[in-house]
Design a protein around this ligand. Structure first.
Ligand SMILES: Nc1ncnc2c1ncn2[C@@H]1O[C@H](COP(=O)(O)OP(=O)(O)O)[C@@H](O)[C@H]1O
Ligand code: SF4
Ligand SMILES: [Mg+2]
Length: 463
């Protein structure tokens, strides 16, 4: 088993809740992350999945040091990065980079693609001396499957999928070892999601990257992950290999989430049991005692209100060699297969969209394939004024990218403010609350954050 490159122990982030205007008094705390443990092994992809508001982005931000933990440790190659001096931290940060959720807001519209991707070199000039930067950025564009000639273009001249490639190129600029990808495909059309996921997989092999891949869509997480951690209200409640989690889940919350995953085969769909969790997700400012899932759990008993279940192999499976023998924070963990067994040819790692199964790796595609992803502004010149245009081109999805140098590539306008952190404003989605098990299920997913139907467009995720 590969060794852990990153160890997270009892990671906590509480945001104080205050009252009063002049004399602010703390009246409570939003327990956004409330004791998270996991290991990330060298070269693996750890998927983290959970409903909106469960703390995924907050974990991501702490991993890349955009947020300081309230307590807990994040150990990278033996050093707790939460306690490093600013100088030592700078070196570590180079090795842990983030790809943000929303390619529409995470790229500064006033900066050229070259400046966006090359921006990290301003902070880490040792990686690319000034004279070498343009070539490095063009290499990165090439690596993510974009035409290096587009270095002087602006984000609005690219489609959503292409913008996310730019975000990925920026994440790769400093040659990191770890990439934390926070819902990197949630804001993209379903038709483009698989292409970006395939690109990430290819880059992982090429650069021996380790990924923390965050999503609320269980099917995407399964596709890319070696192991999966399921998060609920600030904690990981179950973690295991993708087969353990998808085929042998033991935590009731995982089972409920899985029961909402779209099943393509209508026959299998009829036979599966749908578990509907009704009511609201409790507020992270008011977490239930004992097991935090108990207000929605159909199996809850008295013990659940009194004792916090630890994330460990449940006693019932400790002495077995069953795939149910993996960590699960439930006093009454039981194996329950929710998703029907995969039929032949629909193995867990199947591409997300059958029509894309035959496509070679994303970057091998020529840029003007005509795929929805690969659109641009044929014939458009890079007029300086374009930087001021709204981000969305009038009809970006209609014309294929023009190959070759962009005409009129003019001087690079001055840089605007640094790109924001890219996370879309997050808000807890209204969830479900009181627990109700309904074997006969409406097609409505239990929560707005559940995976979209395989053939429908995905709206921007709010998580
Ligand atoms: N800066 C902040 N101040 C107060 N509460 C916050 C802040 N950032 C996030 N939260 C709250 O923390 C919880 C977890 O948020 P987040 O990590 O964004 O969840 P997710 O990414 O899983 O949707 C949410 O209830 C959110 O409202
Ligand atoms: S500990 Fe109790 S409430 Fe929590 S998931 Fe298990 S059965 Fe449900
Ligand atoms: Mg989020």
């Amino acid at each position: 088993m590969a060794e852990a490159i990153l160890q997270v122990r009892d990671l906590v982030k509480h945001y104080p809740l205050t009252q009063g205007i002049l004399f602010k008094k703390q009246v409570g705390a939003v327990r956004a992350v409330d004791g998270v443990d996991f290991d990330l092994r060298q070269g693996e992809t750890l998927g983290i999945v959970g409903e909106s508001g469960c703390g995924k982005s907050t974990v991501a931000k702490m991993l890349v040091n955009l947020e300081r933990p309230t307590s807990g440790t994040i150990t990278y190659k033996g050093d707790d990065i939460t306690k490093l001096s600013p100088r030592a931290l700078r070196a570590v940060r180079r090795n842990i980079q983030m790809v943000f959720q929303d390619p529409y807001t995470s790229l500064n519209p006033r900066m050229t693609v070259g400046d966006i991707i090359g921006e990290p070199y301003e902070i880490h000039p040792e990686v690319a001396p000034k004279g070498d930067r343009r070539r490095k950025v063009q290499d990165l564009l090439d690596v993510v499957g974009l035409n290096p000639e587009y270095i002087n273009r602006y984000p609005h001249q690219f489609s959503g999928g292409q913008r996310q490639r730019i975000g990925i190129a920026r994440g790769l600029a400093l040659q990191p070892e770890i990439i934390v990808a926070d819902e990197p495909v949630s804001a993209l059309d379903v038709s483009v999601q698989a292409q970006v996921v395939n690109l990430l997989e290819r880059l992982q092999d090429e650069f021996r990257l380790s990924y923390v891949f965050i999503a609320h869509d269980l099917s995407i997480v399964r596709h890319i992950s070696d192991r999966v951690g399921v998060m609920y209200l600030g904690r990981i409640v179950e973690v295991g290999t993708d087969a353990e989690i998808y085929d042998h889940p033991t935590h009731p919350y995982t089972q409920a989430l899985l029961s909402a995953v779209p099943v393509p085969d209508p026959g299998a769909r009829e036979h599966r049991e749908r578990i509907i969790l009704a009511g609201d997700v409790p507020s992270p400012a008011n977490i239930p005692s004992g097991c935090r899932f108990r207000t929605r759990c159909w199996k809850a008993q008295e013990r659940c209100a009194l004792e916090v279940p630890l994330l460990a192999v449940p006693a019932a499976f400790r002495l077995t060699d069953s795939p149910a023998r993996h960590d699960s924070a439930c006093h009454f963990a039981e194996e329950k297969r929710v998703v029907p067994p995969e039929e032949e040819g629909t193995a867990p790692d199947r591409p997300l969209h059958p029509e894309q199964a035959e496509l070679p790796g994303q970057a091998e595609l020529p840029e003007d394939t005509g795929l929805p992803e690969d659109t641009g502004l044929a014939g458009q010149t890079d007029l300086p004024g374009q930087a001021e245009l709204p981000e969305q081109p009038p009809s970006p999805e209609q014309s294929p990218l023009r190959k070759g140098p962009a005409p009129g590539e003019g001087p690079v306008p001055g840089k605007g403010p640094a790109p924001g952190d890219g996370s879309a404003p997050d808000g807890s989605a209204p969830g479900e609350g009181t627990v109700r098990k309904e074997p006969t299920l409406p097609e409505q997913p239990p929560s707005p954050e559940q995976p979209p139907p395989a053939d429908g467009p995905t709206g921007p995720a709010g998580s």
